[in-house]
Design a protein around this ligand. Structure first.
Ligand SMILES: Nc1nc2c(ncn2[C@@H]2O[C@H](COP(=O)(O)OP(=O)(O)OP(=O)(O)O)[C@@H](O)[C@H]2O)c(=O)[nH]1
Ligand SMILES: [Mg+2]
Ligand SMILES: [Zn+2]
Length: 372
């Protein structure tokens, strides 16, 4: 990789990591490590105990042993800013700078384990294929996680060339817009280039992550935005969205017109992960209506003066939205309860590990409490 082609805006020497999102905030955050002689870098890809990092000296590979703690949410991830040792064999990533945002999902609905998919992301771009039937519930779920991550969500409806009829296309866009208040919804085709300029403008600043099911066209879109084939795309697939995963690692790419893009492997589904705030944002129109219900604790079931039910009756709010809202709230409560249970169990384990001395000290303290 060379930095010579970077468009230096003026005579003032810009930092070679600027195209990767480096700014004054990261510089300040990195200062103590700079003093130690470590190199700043951004994680491009993580792969089995190692990661690719882009630094001012170019790309390098480093060992992640120090940044792979037990807590899966603190494991180094694509998009992280890190401090890397200037040399050594292996060369180690010493530490991760505190994240501004993080896209987290639960690995499955069965287990209460969070998985971080991308760090320091400004725009969460949810790719949804127009070649298959829209699943609004799934879009809402992605959106909840996106809002929760701290990033601004965007929905791109890919393969728009497969819906040539303008009226049908407009209906599909409208359906998604109804399920995504406050979120830009952009139909795009990587084949004929429709909508590409709109997406390019949205991802032209900050860091964006492409998320969605396998086969949604994420890598094809990434290549179209890059103007070259960097990500591998499978030319033919048996069944759209069901084929094998083409992209297998999360990859960070600097876009030629500015902005940073993270392409990710397709996700069959995403489990919520402590996303109560995110769910509220996806269904903001329901939460706004709820403020006008007669009862403060209205459950919008059959209460008199319920503004939510009134909106359904008048056709202003699709009933599906309320059902989906309830479903995601319930799922989120379940995952939060499970996580709390797991944390409690871990704290108990920790407690058992403590030596006799610690235990005695605790006992003494408790005794003191009892006496008090
Ligand atoms: N007609 C049409 N096909 C597209 C478009 N974008 C992507 N495709 C096709 O859709 C298939 C999947 O595209 P990918 O870009 O590999 O999908 P992906 O989301 O990266 O998939 P994973 O890496 O498995 O997650 C390929 O056969 C592409 O050629 C588009 O805009 N129009
Ligand atoms: Mg891909
Ligand atoms: Zn109500």
């Amino acid at each position: 990789m060379s930095f010579s082609s970077l468009s230096g805006s003026s005579s003032s020497a810009s930092h070679p990591l600027e195209p990767y999102g480096w700014d004054a905030g990261w510089e300040a955050e990195f200062a103590p490590y700079e003093a130690e002689g470590l190199l700043p870098g951004r994680v491009v890809r993580v792969d089995r105990g190692q990661c690719d990092v882009v630094t001012a000296d170019g790309p390098l590979r480093a060992d992640t042993a120090f940044v792979t703690p037990h807590d899966p949410l603190r494991v180094v991830c694509t998009g992280d800013w890190v401090a890397v040792e200037p040399g050594g064999n292996p060369r180690y990533v010493r530490t991760c700078l505190p994240r501004r945002t993080a896209f987290v999902r639960s690995t499955s609905s069965q287990r209460s384990e969070g998985q971080i998919l991308a760090a320091n992301v400004d725009h969460a771009v949810i790719a949804v294929s127009l070649a298959v039937e829209l699943d609004l519930g799934r879009i809402e779920r992605f959106l909840a996680l996106a809002w929760e991550s701290g990033a601004q969500p965007v929905v791109v409806l890919t393969k728009a060339d497969l819906v040539p009829d303008a009226v049908t296309r407009a209906y599909l866009v409208q359906d998604v817009e109804t399920s995504a208040p406050g979120v830009p919804v952009v139909p795009v085709s990587s084949v004929d280039g429709d909508g590409l300029d709109v997406v390019a403008a949205l991802v032209g600043g900050g860091t964006s992550v492409l998320l969605g099911q396998s086969g949604a066209g994420k890598s094809t879109l990434a290549n179209a935005l890059l103007g070259e084939d960097v990500m591998t795309v499978q030319a033919t697939r048996d069944v759209d969205g069901k084929g094998r995963h083409t992209t297998t690692t999360r990859n960070l790419l600097a876009l030629p017109g500015g902005g940073v893009l993270i392409d990710t492997p397709g996700l069959r589904g995403v489990g919520l992960w402590d996303a109560g705030t995110g769910v509220g944002q996806v269904f903001s129109e329901i939460e706004e209506l709820a403020e006008r219900c007669r009862f403060h604790d209205c459950a919008h079931e059959a209460e008199p003066g319920c503004a939510v039910l009134a909106a359904i009756d008048s056709g202003g709010l699709p009933e599906r939205r309320l059902e989906s809202y309830r479903k995601l709230l319930r799922e989120n409560q379940r995952i939060v309860a499970k996580t709390d249970a797991r944390l409690r169990a871990e704290i108990r384990k920790d407690w058992k590990r403590k030596g006799a001395m610690g235990r005695a000290a605790m006992e003494a303290k408790r005794g003191a409490h009892r006496r008090a």
